[in-house]
Design a protein around this ligand. Structure first.
Ligand SMILES: CC(=O)SCCNC(=O)CCNC(=O)[C@H](O)C(C)(C)COP(=O)(O)OP(=O)(O)OC[C@H]1O[C@@H](n2cnc3c(N)ncnc32)[C@H](O)[C@@H]1OP(=O)(O)O
Ligand SMILES: CC(=O)C(=O)O
Length: 537
């Protein structure tokens, strides 16, 4: 099976992606580590960056698994192949393999290329034969193959046969406009292999073994179409990391590889590579400057995240019951989400994940479950606030064990926040907190660029003497959402605070009609949680 990656060529045709040469080198290394068989690096001669990339790759890219491929078009109509500058640039790239794009839909030949059916066949033949004579492995991408085949099957099959007869290793059927469905792919390949077998004088199995598949994702079926082609006997498939590509994109390399390897038992990658899937997917997203899709199959952080209580109750018995694969196989993790849809099993599993054992404490478990549902109904959201959930679970566990309340690093007497709009337009916030810390009453005041920042600063001033570790805590993110009121109440504000300290981050939540009070709750949880992890309070 040939796993052919075109992230650096077709994937770069996605809106908003613009790789530098250094980015391209880094992506190529990641794809090679992932074990793909071919890496299409770009179109040398079409843009200076790609020409430069191929020049630098010669000395800077030491591929362990993959064959490096340059991409370009067949010679121009009416131009001798030896005189075509684009074809020259393909040779100058000095790659062991070249992929040529050719028109295979007669309408495109006549209307886009503005040439004859015969000249297009000659362009294909001459360019393939020339590059083969220069020692290159040649693949031919048949643009608009499926649309062309539906319009004029004889001509489209003839373009494929011409390429193969001229020495192309594979004729790759491209669903360029991405309009196919799996059943149409299967049916077309069934017919095409029969036609090619006759023209090439080989068996149908030998004919299909000379084909490849390249699917765009305009019907959201690119992965399914690719898998259908492989199931029909096609031994070469082209994909891009995370499905990046023109318009809605291409077939996602990771989903195709996982489907073939894990569902159909085809060993498409070298041993040990499939476990790298999540790491490679996210690293390429980072380089492409595109936030990873959390819901992407196999590699998304939500790909194995379970929210429904019923799921969790079965997962508690055996995770296999609600996961289509073991997430570890692709380098992912299962997660249990705690929300209003949680049942006792979800709460027990989530608490266990956070190191709180509620399994032997049915009353505490019930109370935490009820409390989560009540709070979520009032606008709280624990899904993204593990730290607040952990504090809640620990508090209920201590109550059941009659250990008293969860120790708090401080108790609040009061806080006050002022926002002053001055004559010169400056807006200054000032907060005063009065707290008791280890028996000492402390009053502290601080200014900030907003009321929450001022509160955070004042609290730190008050607590730092007793908890110097606080200086390492950094408020990393602060999100506010206004929620519709429910049960006759007014709107409420939900605040999520993300805090970071050395090697760790955690998120807490607060909800109130007043944004400052919601922020205060989230801040207090953030500091309490952080201190409970780092010092005994
Ligand atoms: C389906 C795909 O995604 S294939 C990959 C497409 N990728 C790209 O187009 C990205 C890189 N492209 C480019 O940088 C430029 O389009 C270039 C350098 C290739 C060509 O630029 P230009 O010479 O200015 O031509 P332009 O882009 O306007 O048109 C393409 C030309 O190639 C011709 N052409 C198109 N397909 C082929 C083909 N398979 N074989 C030969 N010539 C072709 C067109 O007829 C047109 O010729 P014309 O200039 O004589 O009218
Ligand atoms: C070649 C290619 O990218 C396509 O036809 O979609």
């Amino acid at each position: 099976m040939q796993v052919y990656d075109t992230t650096l060529r077709d994937g770069a045709q996605r809106e908003a992606i613009s790789y530098s040469v250094v980015d391209k080198l880094a992506v190529a290394r990641l794809l090679d580590e992932f074990g793909v068989g071919f890496i299409e690096g770009g179109w040398p001669g079409a843009m200076p960056k790609d020409t430069e990339f191929f020049r630098r790759a010669r000395t800077e890219l030491d591929l362990k698994h993959a064959v490096f491929v340059a991409f370009g078009a067949t010679r121009k109509a009416g131009v001798r192949v030896q005189d075509d500058q684009q074809v020259r640039a393909l040779l100058d790239a000095e790659t062991p393999a070249v992929t040529l794009v050719a028109k295979s839909d007669l309408r495109h030949v006549e209307r886009a290329l503005r040439t004859t059916a015969e000249e297009n066949l000659a362009m294909v033949h001459d360019t393939v034969a020339y590059l083969v004579s220069e020692g290159r492995r040649v693949f031919l991408d048949l643009e608009h193959f499926f649309d062309g085949y539906a319009f004029d099957p004889d001509y489209t099959a003839k373009v494929a046969a011409t390429a193969l007869a001229a020495g192309a290793e594979k004729a790759v059927m491209c669903d360029t406009n991405g309009g196919m469905l799996p059943s149409l792919i299967t049916r077309t390949i069934g017919e095409v292999k029969g036609r090619l077998a006759v023209v090439l004088g080989v068996t149908e199995d030998e004919a299909v073994a000379r084909l490849g598949i390249h699917c765009q994702n305009d019907t959201s079926c690119a992965v399914a179409n690719t898998v259908a082609a492989v199931e029909a006997g096609v031994p070469h498939f082209q994909c891009t990391a995370n499905g990046y590509g023109e318009r809605p994109g291409n077939a996602d390399l990771f989903a195709v590889v996982a489907n073939l390897q894990l569902k159909l038992g085809m060993p498409v990658l070298p041993d040990g590579c499939i476990e790298q899937m999540v790491r490679v997917s996210h690293a390429i997203a980072e380089i492409a400057n595109i936030a990873p899709d959390t819901h992407q199959a196999y590699v998304g952080s939500s790909a194995f995240a379970h929210k429904a209580g019923l799921h969790a109750s079965a997962i508690k018995v055996d995770p296999v019951l609600y996961n289509h694969i073991d997430p570890v196989v692709v380098g992912n993790d299962m997660r249990i989400l705690v929300t209003e849809m949680a049942g006792r099993a979800s709460i027990e599993l989530k608490a266990r994940e956070l190191g709180v054992d509620l399994a032997g404490h049915p009353e505490a478990l019930s109370r935490v479950t009820t409390r989560v549902k009540e709070l979520e109904a009032r606008g709280w959201s624990f899904e993204a606030a593990d730290a607040s959930f952990e504090l809640l679970a620990r508090a209920e566990l201590r109550a059941e064990q009659q250990d008293g309340a969860l120790p708090k690093p401080f108790t609040l007497e009061s806080y006050r926040v002022l926002v002053e709009h001055r004559e010169d337009g400056a807006v200054v916030s000032e907060a005063t907190v009065k707290v008791r810390v280890k028996g000492e009453r402390i009053i502290a005041t601080a200014e900030g660029n907003g009321p929450v920042n001022a509160l955070d600063e004042a609290l730190r001033v008050a607590l730092t003497k007793h908890y110097p570790e606080l200086s390492r805590f950094e408020l990393a993110d602060y999100k506010v959402r206004i929620l519709e009121g429910s049960h006759g109440t007014g709107a409420v504000t939900r605040v999520l605070v993300e805090t970071r300290s050395t090697g760790e981050d955690w998120t807490t939540v607060g909800v109130h009609e007043n944004v400052v009070e919601a922020s205060w709750t989230a801040l207090v949880d953030a500091l309490s949680y952080g201190l409970s992890r780092q010092v005994r309070v």
